[in-house]
Design a protein around this ligand. Structure first.
Ligand SMILES: Cc1cc2nc3c(=O)[nH]c(=O)nc-3n(C[C@H](O)[C@H](O)[C@H](O)COP(=O)(O)OP(=O)(O)OC[C@H]3O[C@@H](n4cnc5c(N)ncnc54)[C@H](O)[C@@H]3O)c2cc1C
Length: 273
């Protein structure tokens, strides 16, 4: 098997490396010391077409592959870990599920602006009582006519208060166990959403991760992502992809044995973004 990068992948590496060296690295220390989100870098990443690398051009993306997306995250991480974490969460967790499971209307409404860099996206799975054990989700979504009403709490959600949309996992059918969890897209700014404090993270302070409280958050029935009851299965698939981009910077930048690329997570298999 040939593991060499294609011409396109090499071009993407070169373009992102040049951009990150010039536009992201000089601000990295400030971002980490102050915890200030690097908004200007994201605006420029949007202009350069980096915010939707693995999605088709019809949905605002660059039409490249997953390896290219991982390379882009890796190159951003060389310059700034905070920017890379926010970027990986935006692309791999906040945007990819809509490409994978969304309707055409959802792709136009939510994926396109995210991939074009009009806003940053987020994915709300983890809860105070359900981290690795995501099947124990307690947040609920019930139908009131044709409106989903969400209640519950999420933890550690990257990009949360800045996000143009957040994909939440919630129990829609409490008698069906893991087959009763669904994913629902909630636009940022929807009444009933409140955010906790910006969690301080060593070396990643400029990436904003917060708790989210959901209190009677109402969104149209059409915001259900994919099939009702498929949320658990969906997020396992999403996390399979998310691990590639989340681990890309860990392989080269965060891990002290960077050159050996031997980093591995915990031995057991769990659901963690
Ligand atoms: C910087 C950062 C960003 C994040 N961003 C997001 C995000 O955008 N969206 C989101 O939904 N979540 C996000 N998370 C949450 C992350 O996915 C969770 O932290 C993760 O799922 C682990 O959950 P937990 O912290 O509750 O740990 P726990 O589930 O309490 O696990 C603690 C330890 O116990 C081990 N463990 C757990 N269960 C078992 C078991 N059955 N057998 C053996 N060992 C076990 C785990 O491996 C781990 O080492 C983020 C977390 C961080 C730190």
């Amino acid at each position: 098997m040939n593991f060499d990068l294609t011409d396109e992948q090499q071009l993407i590496r070169q373009a992102v490396r040049e951009f990150a060296t010039k536009e992201i690295a000089p601000n990295a220390r400030h971002v980490d010391e102050t915890g200030e989100f690097p908004a200007e870098a994201f605006r420029k990443m949007g202009q350069l077409g980096l915010m939707g690398i693995p999605f088709p051009e019809a949905y605002g993306g660059a039409g490249a592959d997953s390896v290219s997306a991982a390379i882009a995250v890796e190159e951003v991480a060389r310059a700034c870990g905070s920017t890379a974490l926010a970027y990986a969460a935006h692309m791999g967790l906040g945007s990819a599920p809509i490409f994978m499971f969304g309707s055409e209307a959802q792709k136009q409404r939510f994926l396109k602006p995210a991939a074009e860099g009009q806003y940053i996206a987020a994915f709300g799975l983890t809860e105070p009582h359900a981290g690795s054990d995501a099947g124990a989700t307690r947040t609920t979504a019930r139908l009131d006519g044709d409106t989903w009403v969400l209640n519950g709490a999420k933890m550690w959600i990257t990009n949360a208060p800045l996000a143009g949309h957040i994909i939440f996992t919630a129990v829609t059918d409490s008698d069906k166990g893991k087959n009763g969890i669904s994913a629902i897209i909630v636009p940022g700014g929807t009444p009933g959403l409140t955010f906790g404090k910006h969690e301080p993270k060593m070396g990643l302070r400029g990436s904003v991760s917060t708790a989210i409280m959901l209190e009677d958050v109402r969104v149209p029935g059409e915001n259900l992502l994919g099939e009702r009851g498929r949320g658990f299965n969906q997020f396992l698939q999403v996390l399979d992809g998310g691990r590639i981009s989340i681990d890309a910077p860990r392989c080269t930048h965060w891990h002290p044995m960077a050159s050996s690329r031997t980093w591995s997570g915990s031995a057991h298999s769990t659901a963690r973004p």
